[in-house]
Ligand binder design. Sequence first.
Ligand SMILES: *Cc1c(COP(=O)(O)O)cnc(C)c1O
Length: 430
Amino acid sequence: MKKIVLDENEMPKSWYNVIPDLPEPLPPPLHPVTKEPVKPEDLEPIFPKALIEQEMSGERWIRIPEEVREVYRIWRPTPLIRAERLEKALKTPARIYFKYEGVSPPGSHKPNTAVAQAYYNAKEGVERLTTETGAGQWGSALCFACKLFDLKCTVYMVKVSYMQKPYRRVLMETWGGEVIPSPSERTEVGRKILEKDPENPGSLGIAISEAIEDAVKHENTKYSLGSVLNHVLMHQTIIGLEAKKQLESIGEKPDVIVGCVGGGSNFAGLCYPFIRTAQKDGIKIIAVEPKACPTLTRGEYRYDYGDTAGLTPLLKMFTLGHTFIPPPIHAGGLRYHGDAPTLCLLVKHGLIEARAVGQISTFEAGVMFARYEGIVPAPETNHAIRVVIDEAIKAREEGEEKVILFNFSGHGLLDLQAYDDYLSGKLQDT
Ligand SMILES: *Cc1c(COP(=O)(O)O)cnc(C)c1O
């Protein structure tokens, strides 16, 4: 069978929280000024109470509200697809399955958390959300979700991406969002940076600082983050919970699980539901990141800020430093200086393996995938596909019948400039 679909009523009713199943307690986030562990009240100016509770929760299962499931039904459950044509082309004995998250209206996994976050904010009387976006995937997911719950949405978009990817801005505006290139004149943080460097290309860290400042300084306004935090990763576990059911329905078990990592949410979303038994089941789990922003493979494991200005709590993570500005590679969603603390802990303990791959090799993989499976992947997703192909070739060389599962985090139909650059030989490895 090539395509494994679940019935609407088989959609999971709870998200999975990995916290109680970590090999050691998660080092707590620290207050940016006092350096003491953050208290729930500290977070109230920027997040609604329900999300703060989820962020700090030690419960393994958290119920998905019916209102959120109702919106999920627009595109969920998503299909699990066997990439048989790619397998044949690679002459591999491996069976390759991908969870196709590109079927959502914004085209990626991101609305899985955007919808949940918009719902909890609306329920607590919030009127506007602010956020940052790199390639525009997160901003578009949040604009889409906000509209469904009647919230306004202000998106600070990293300036290089704003220039490179005009269609994402149009998508955000079509869903009623307001999009501002960052650094901007709207915030103190932005004005300071522009004063020193008017040509600053922006970074996720700067855009986060601007979005937080905007939320803190305005009434009935809160901030929303698209990755890294515990509650975000938890909302994404619907991906892995569905995939697990789908594989079980055809009697398959994964030997290798692969995903790309920006902040870690789509990757965690797929692999966390498998993590409790991964060692016992002999599952190899691989996190793939760009060589241009090698957080997990080259970063230092220490406390660092989530943003450039140092407004966020300090998180214990692999980091390249909160002032690091990665080169403008096309996988904008993977240009973040840190990673989710739970993911970093699991990498530190060797339960998850990290690999860094070069930009050109990811497009080679993505184009091959598009030519055999038809779907054009997002540049971020190409990172996962690179390693999937490498693993499938290894299975061929070793004559092993492996089952490889990966997260197809989004389609690339709004990233065709990147494909044009690759196809015309203009793409570079940094
Ligand atoms: C944002 C994005 C990513 C990276 O973010 P994570 O939080 O690491 O998942 C990966 N793929 C796509 C398609 C994205 O939009």
